[in-house]
Design a protein around this ligand. Structure first.
Ligand SMILES: *Cc1c(COP(=O)(O)O)cnc(C)c1O
Length: 401
């Protein structure tokens, strides 16, 4: 495109990149390493490395307390946690999910030969649109999995009502929403179960890890067996199970990360407010806004680029940032329905996903977390500002010709 070559030829974008080392989205938040190493030493002394060890039990208890939920079942990652929760709740046939999410939400269903039925989102909240959800229900539908995207809660009330009315299981992929609340109650208490991810890129990490939380005693017990091959005693297997266990070294990391949670939130919040301040008057770019009256982790700084106003597209802006070594990401482009195998299974899914398709072209995730400082954010914001200003000037010059 003409404007792209023009942008790249501008002096400001042809000097050495603004950052010598890549500024990545999702660099891990790391707590106090000496606390972690102490725990690892104790772990070696105990020689208890996995299989529901003391750290795993302690982590489950602390998370359950933090969230005010009855059961936390820690697992090796959120994808397996989703799969186990899907099996334990007995989902089959079709399950309604958003397409605007990380691919694991859909894969966790398809892996078990359950059809993910992609439902459109609300373009303001980026979450499932309950009216659309209702339209996607068929006689084969057994459940709904909402995703609290960027940590912002789904419309839990309406989704619960729909699930209740149609006798469907309701779960939430809460991979982004650890430490967040909905109407004053912590995420983790809604639907039949909620699933957290503790992957290294997430707000709270255990290297790799995840958990299902639920207030359902029977469901929790079932998942505890399922994540350990279905063993209910040394020589007794009760269910088909898998290996979904969390290791002790992960739990040690989790306990250490938990101790630093307030610092992670403070840093994320400070970063988010700075981005908000410094991008406020840049035409055509808007930060996704969070409800500050709720508990929130501010782990995602999400920019929406309105091409008509900014005079450059999200993809063009991403190119400019990457040239400066700012590795902004297009989460969750192009949407699950445009990735395999779903693209081949449902080639026309996009027809019912207008908001998903629209948003997937506009959204850019910017670097934040404890590895990103205020100076860096200032530079990122001024590059965005410059890119928009130059794009506007180039456009004006072209129009005058
Ligand atoms: C990260 C993520 C997952 C998968 O988590 P893992 O712990 O990496 O398996 C699932 N859903 C969403 C929305 C995610 O962002």
């Amino acid at each position: 495109m003409l404007i792209e070559s023009q942008l790249e030829s501008l002096a400001i974008f042809s000097h050495a990149p603004a950052f010598r080392e890549g500024l990545h989205v999702g660099r891990p938040n790391i707590g106090r390493r000496e606390r972690f190493l102490e725990r690892v030493n104790d772990m070696f002394d105990r020689r208890w490395l996995t299989n529901n060890g003391p750290y795993t039990q302690e982590l489950e208890q602390r998370i359950a307390d933090l969230i005010g939920v009855k059961h936390c079942v820690a697992m090796c990652n959120a994808t397996v946690a989703l799969e186990i929760a899907i099996r334990a709740t007995g989902l089959t046939g079709e399950v309604i999910v958003p397409s605007f999410t990380f691919i694991a939400t859909a894969h966790a269903l398809q892996w078990q030969e359950i059809t993910p039925v992609f439902c459109d989102i609300d373009s303001k909240t980026h979450n499932l649109n309950p009216h659309q959800v209702e339209k996607m229900i068929t006689p084969r539908t057994t459940g709904i999995i909402g995703v609290h995207l960027w940590g912002r809660p789904c419309d839990v009330e309406q989704l619960s009502e729909i699930a209740h009315h149609h006798n469907l299981t309701l779960m939430f992929d809460a991979a982004h929403a650890f430490g967040c609340s909905y109407k004053g109650q912590m995420i983790g208490n809604f639907g039949d179960a909620e699933v957290f991810s503790f992957h290294a890129t997430k707000f709270f990490n255990t290297f790799e890890g995840g958990a299902v939380v639920t207030n359902d005693d029977e469901l929790a017990e079932k998942m505890r067996l399922m994540k350990n091959f279905g063993f209910s005693g040394y020589d007794t297997v009760t269910y088909i199970g898998t290996n979904g266990k969390m290791s002790e070294v992960s739990a040690a990391m989790g306990l250490t990360s938990l101790e630093s949670l307030p610092e992670f939130i403070d840093t994320n919040y400070r970063n988010y407010k700075q981005y908000q301040r410094e991008l406020e008057d840049v035409p055509g770019v808007h930060l996704v806004i969070y409800d500050e009256s709720e508990k929130f982790n501010y782990q995602y700084v999400i920019l929406e680029v309105d091409e008509l106003t900014a005079q450059l597209s999200r993809n063009q802006l991403q190119k400019v940032l990457i040239a400066e070594n700012i590795l902004a990401r297009r989460y969750f482009y192009p949407g699950c329905h445009r990735m395999e195998p779903y693209r081949s299974y449902f080639p026309h899914a996009g027809l019912l996903l207008a908001n998903t398709e629209h948003l997937a072209k506009r959204v850019l995730s910017l670097p934040t977390g404890t590895s990103v400082g205020s100076k860096e954010i200032s530079v990122i914001c001024s590059i965005i500002r410059l890119a928009v200003r130059y794009a506007t000037e180039v456009r004006e010059q072209l129009q005058q010709r």
